[in-house]
Design a protein around this ligand. Structure first.
Ligand SMILES: Nc1ncnc2c1ncn2[C@@H]1O[C@H](COP(=O)(O)OP(=O)(O)OP(=O)(O)O)[C@@H](O)[C@H]1O
Ligand SMILES: [Mg+2]
Length: 466
């Protein structure tokens, strides 16, 4: 195996796993602690690049170049029977993407001012900004601009993959890519992505940020359902199968109504074509979420995403991260820890997120845990498809709607909530109630984050509404 370039962000650890080199980030684990292997592990093959300014037509050329890589060779045995691949679909559908100039995006984010920074991931920083509509008329559009780290030259491949996949897919549960910017000049390379702005951050943020109001039980179920529908679309509803490969709570972004949208398609891959059972790839993904069979063999299937989905279901149930270094040994790995509390056992409720303060359906929680266990079966073929997961989640949501709280001690509504009281008083419909609660949640979030207050003021001054 020829490997000439390795990439990482922040400090990193390397380890040999039979015939595979894994690299994972030893960065912050979200609890303010460094040094635990729990973020991304990647490896890349180097690609020669020319250092001149690139534009959209050249991107297309690059598309062809990059997709001739070794990962496709593994399934080339029956490629003659294969449908069109991502490069062909991109040529057909990718035209709606806008090509931004670097100066346009610099202007949009006040020169990538740190006060506009809304997040940071393995490959770079994300900024809130505002751009003119494509036709130049109307109000500015609020966007999220992801700028790859300058030193993450290897991130180019992920950037390109994201442009191609997001240029082709379209679904209410997938984040919309508005456009991109690619610039190579004497000062180095710049790779940026411009997405629709998701005002309610990520599922990870709401599950694990103790300063924020906890996500209500029902919202968790709806988020799980939306995310599962996004994955089902990728697995089954396109001309080609797409394996997402990086399903985790930080990649589930939340819109105004807390509807989930999957982001980060840098690791996505086309699934196996007819006759093949898997795609052989370099092992990439995020430690704590990647399926063990995929890590061991490098054989990627849609069932690898199903495993990751099971991990996130347990994160939603327990309010714990997939890996937590601060815990005693038996509790560090979420999927290991929960095994001690099977869904039908008496002690099952001890693992439920204490921040729910009992406001959940215990029957629903047991059903959700059983579904998660199903997704986490050791053998990939024993795991459900994402379509089956969607059906099961719909059933669980429906059951919890009809369950009588007294039978089940399920209370999905936070008593004493001021907004709720107002809504009850107005005899509003349940959807209005839910929407108001979500607005309330967002407002609370704004209040508790002291630095964001400062940001808000500056954003307003720059005519970027929050
Ligand atoms: N379209 C968007 N709208 C609003 N916020 C976003 C958007 N995209 C990303 N973010 C914010 O930026 C954060 C960082 O995102 P990013 O995808 O770069 O990293 P990550 O998912 O946390 O980690 P990794 O690099 O391992 O995937 C997200 O958690 C989210 O809060
Ligand atoms: Mg991400």
């Amino acid at each position: 195996m020829s490997v000439s370039v390795f990439t990482y962000c922040g400090s990193f650890c390397m380890s040999y796993v039979p015939a595979k080199l894994l690299i994972w980030d030893c960065g912050n684990d979200g609890n303010g602690l460094n040094g635990y292997a729990m973020n991304c592990f990647y490896y890349f093959r180097d690609k020669s690049r020319n250092r001149k300014q690139r534009s959209a037509p050249e991107l297309k050329e690059q598309v062809k170049l990059d997709f001739s890589g070794a990962e496709r060779v593994t399934k080339s045995s029956c490629s003659s029977a294969s449908p069109r691949g991502i490069p062909e679909l991109y040529e057909e559908k990718g035209h709606s993407l806008r090509v931004f100039s670097f100066s346009e995006l610099r202007h949009a984010t006040s020169d990538f001012n740190r006060l506009f920074k809304i997040g940071e991931g393995g490959f770079g920083s994300v900024f809130k900004g505002s751009v003119k509509p494509a036709d130049g008329n109307g109000n500015p559009i609020i966007v999220a601009v992801k700028r790859l780290n300058k030193d993450a030259l290897q991130g180019h491949k992920q950037w390109l993959t994201e442009v191609q996949f997001l240029g082709v897919v379209e679904h209410p549960n997938l984040v919309k890519l508005i456009g991109y910017c690619a610039l190579d000049d004497e000062r180095g390379i710049q790779r940026l992505l411009v997405y629709e702005y998701m005002p309610n951050k990520s599922l990870e943020f709401h599950l694990f940020n103790k300063a924020y109001y906890p996500l209500p039980w029902k919202t968790r179920l709806e988020i799980a359902l939306g995310a599962a529908q996004g994955l089902t679309y990728l697995h089954e509803e396109l001309e080609i199968q797409v394996i997402y490969r990086d399903f985790k709570s930080s990649n589930v972004l939340l819109d105004d109504d807390f509807k989930p949208k999957l982001s980060d398609f840098g690791l996505a891959r086309e699934g196996p074509v007819a006759g093949d059972t898997h795609v052989s790839t370099a092992v990439m993904g995020t430690y704590g979420y990647a399926a063990p069979d995929y890590i061991e063999t490098g054989h990627l299937t849609a069932k690898s995403d199903v495993w990751s989905f099971g991990v996130v279901l347990y994160e939603m149930l327990t309010g714990r991260r997939s890996m937590e270094r601060n815990r005693p040994k038996s509790e560090k790995k979420l999927v290991e820890w929960v095994k001690q509390y099977p869904p039908d056992s008496k002690k099952f409720d001890t693992i439920i997120d204490p921040r729910l303060e009992g406001e959940y359906s215990i029957n629903g929680a047991r059903k959700l845990a059983k579904l998660a266990d199903h997704c986490l079966r050791k053998s990939a073929k024993d795991r459900p498809t994402m379509r089956q997961v969607v059906e099961r989640l719909k059933q669980i949501i429906q059951d919890s709607d009809v369950e009588h709280p007294a039978d089940d001690k399920s209370v999905e509504v936070s008593e004493g909530d001021q907004v709720e009281a107002e809504v009850k008083g107005n005899q509003s419909s349940s959807s209005e109630l839910w929407k108001k609660r979500m607005e309330h949640l967002a407002k609370l979030g704004e209040r508790v984050e002291s630095t964001s207050r400062r940001k808000l003021m500056i954003l307003q001054r720059a005519n970027v509404s929050s």
